[in-house]
Design a protein around this ligand. Structure first.
Ligand code: ISL
Ligand code: CA
Length: 545
């Protein structure tokens, strides 16, 4: 295939450095720790790592607040450590994709430090400033994503600056061409060090027009992405993934259409939002509806069938553990983890695994607010309690959807703190680390790791997994996730029971037939029969020629 890129056939793995592996016992994961675990990742068979931010940062938002884009946070290591990681990964055919956080910087970045003392410097205009309202208050009523107003006043300059996230994350002014050139130059500097691409944090926000109240997918978004492509990305064999909470099937191909000259794919969240309460947000409970979830994923399969590309994921560092959120982290945990992997990895696109997912790590189940570390959870707790919400109800919601669920230390062994650190971890390890850990799971041929390894190999070995068309099956079934992939005369049928009960499935005649077992969570199945009974969370795929 002439137009095939390396990342079409690769599976990605997200490393959240703070929680991955601590090499020096200070309780914080680091780059030498990642290097020490590359064997685990190459065993799994992944093609590239998405590395959450490792740049110099005061860590108000765990590195999504960068104070020096050209250096490494001292708690994570040095630039030399980073170069070493890039080289060691490359030696195992693994690319390193870095996290580009350029909607905002840290308030401790040199640019902002200069910008906040006088209006008469180049850097002042690198940020978004507005005069106070006539009453001295903020220019408008916009609120910030992590709580409180989106505007903060700075005495010295007599103006407010805009921050979509916390006050420690002032938004960069993309309208300023000199600022854009600073960013492009920094991107080229990293690419020249040999990285394999960028994951672009909240990139859909950079074209905003704050005066018009347009933040997501603002008027200049695609103009800037095209400029970035021309200035930095064009002609390099890299991969780019933009994060967008607002992208829809209507706007998806504007980012990743092949002739657009923008990005290769986008992380879109419509399937994730299906699990959130539409008005009360992520901390309020809502029953999961498989039909809406399937519709969201199939819509994107459809959208990317002949243009663009689908970034496939259920988990990341901002989301709960998938086995806890969508399925069962108790009695059926192993089958449930395999089922989620099967349905996602056999879709068309590039799958992203979040660290620990490959062994079925679960939500944290903390009991007290002081066990949490994430500013989003802590700020929302304050706000909600002030509004009269019962603390126990909030903790229940946080146990379901707090970002810290994904951030507890990686569970490597049954040792103290899951073998993550010899010291005291910055966030408590999950109490189930003695039972759920890499060593234990890998020792089991029926374990989750080995299931992931097979799925990753299937994508590399079978053209149909990489390129086949996707046809939803039983779209209205509330319990079964099924589809088929089709390429010329060949098809692969994927069927999964999304429930903890045995389930009878009635398959359309046209997709039935005998073939080869591709993968199975229970007894291998080599045929699709008109009537089948699936065990709780059973999943499998059959290749029919
Ligand atoms: O986590 C969220 C849902 O509660 C989002 O609102 C989140 O802030 C959004 O996904 C943007 O995320 C990205 O940018 C943030 C950072 O905190 C996240 O970790 C990052 O993935 C600000 O840089
Ligand atoms: Ca450390």
């Amino acid at each position: 295939r002439q137009d095939e890129k390396w990342w079409h056939r690769a599976t990605a793995y997200q490393v959240y450095p703070r929680s991955f592996a601590d090499s020096n016992g200070d309780g914080v994961g680091d780059i030498p720790g990642i290097v020490s675990k590359l064997g685990h990742l190459s065993d799994l068979g992944i093609g590239f790592i998405w590395l959450s931010p490792v740049f110099t940062s005061p860590m108000v938002d765990n590195g999504y607040d960068i104070s020096d884009y050209r250096d490494i946070a001292s708690e994570f290591g040095t630039l030399a450590d980073m170069d070493h990681l890039i080289a060691e990964a490359r030696a195992r055919d693994i690319g390193i994709v870095m996290d580009l956080v350029v909607n905002h910087s840290s308030s401790l970045h040199e640019w902002f430090k200069a910008a906040r003392v006088t209006r008469d410097c180049r850097e002042h205009d690198y940020y978004i400033w507005r005069d106070p309202a006539p009453d001295g208050g903020p220019p408008d009523a916009a609120s910030a994503a992590f709580g409180g107003p989106a505007w903060t006043y700075v005495e010295e300059v007599g103006q407010y600056y805009y921050h979509h996230f916390s006050p420690a994350q002032p938004d960069l002014n993309w309208q300023n061409p000199a600022l854009r050139e600073e960013i492009y130059d920094m991107m080229r500097w990293w690419l020249d060090r040999g990285i394999a691409g960028f994951r672009m944090d909240v990139i859909s926000l950079i074209g905003k027009d704050v005066d018009a109240g347009l933040y997501e997918e603002g008027p200049d978004l695609h103009k800037f992405l095209q400029e970035m492509h021309r200035e930095v990305l064009d002609g390099r064999d890299i991969v780019t993934i933009g994060e967008s909470w607002s992208v829809s099937p209507e706007t998806g191909l504007l980012y990743c259409g092949r002739d657009r000259g923008e990005l290769d794919m986008v992380f879109e969240f419509s399937h994730i939002r299906e699990g959130w309460h539409p008005e009360r947000g992520k901390f309020a409970p809502k029953p999961f509806d498989l039909r809406g979830f399937k519709r969201a994923l199939f819509d994107w399969q459809d959208l990317t069938e002949s243009d663009g590309w689908h970034a496939l994921f259920l988990s990341n560092h901002d989301l709960p553990r998938q086995v806890s959120f969508y399925a069962d982290d108790g009695a059926h945990r192993v089958a449930a983890a395999k089922m989620l992997a099967t349905v996602l990895h056999l879709l068309r696109g590039t799958p992203f695994i979040y660290q620990g997912e490959e062994i079925g790590m679960t939500n944290a189940r903390f009991e007290r607010i002081d066990q949490y570390r994430d500013l989003e959870t802590l700020n929302h707790f304050e706000e909600q309690i002030a509004l009269g919400v019962d603390p126990a109800e909030f903790i229940a919601g946080a146990n379901r959807n707090s970002r810290d669920n994904a951030r507890t230390p990686m569970q490597w062994s049954d040792g103290a703190h899951g073998g993550f650190t010899s010291g005291t971890p910055w966030l408590e390890a999950n109490a189930n680390a003695p039972i759920i850990n890499v060593e234990g799971d890998k020792a089991d041929p029926g374990g989750i790791f080995s299931h992931y390894r097979k799925l990753i190999a299937l994508r590399r070995e079978h053209d149909i997994v990489t390129h086949g068309r996707t046809e939803p099956l039983l779209p209205d079934d509330p319990a079964i996730f099924a589809y088929r992939r089709v390429q010329e005369e060949t098809c692969a049928v994927v069927i999964a029971n999304f429930t903890g009960e045995p389930c009878d499935v009635c398959m359309p005649e046209a997709v039935c037939g005998a073939g080869d077992a591709l993968i199975a969570s229970h007894e291998p199945r080599a045929a699709i029969e008109p009537m089948m009974t699936l065990a709780p969370y059973e999943s499998f795929a059959v290749l029919i020629r």
